[in-house]
Design a protein. Structure first.
Length: 119
């Protein structure tokens, strides 16, 4: 959603930034996991389809999508790329455009999940 295109939310442990094309390659790698696809009810996409999906999410009037960054990594060094700090994503779905206080939220912490699977 263009509404959150310039929004950055800084917490103690995480930073939420708008999902941009810079994030797509890492996101696409996460979503190659069959288990993450199952858990998120997602279908496998090509990298080109993932870029198209990111563009469509940016244009959606009823969805805000953020990438979750590891705040410690992101703040540790000036110039650290967001892609190298990515941990997951957050999607906010507005269920009633007439009442922006109503919605649904989804959180996926892919790095943690994939780390546990590799252990």
């Amino acid at each position: 959603m263009r509404l959150n295109q310039n929004t950055l939310l800084l917490g103690k442990k995480v930073v939420l930034v708008p999902y941009t094309s810079e994030h797509v390659p890492r996101y696409h790698e996460w979503m190659k996991s069959e288990e993450l696809q199952r858990l998120t009810a997602s279908e496998p996409l090509t990298l080109e389809q993932e870029y198209a999906m990111q563009r469509s999410w940016r244009e959606d009037a009823d969805k805000c999508t953020f990438i979750v960054l590891d705040a410690e990594k992101w703040l540790a060094q000036s110039g650290t790329s967001e892609e190298s700090c990515m941990a997951g994503d957050v999607n906010l779905f507005l269920t009633d455009l007439g009442d922006p206080s109503l919605g649904e939220i989804e959180v996926m912490i892919a790095e943690w999940y994939l780390y546990l699977q590799a252990s």
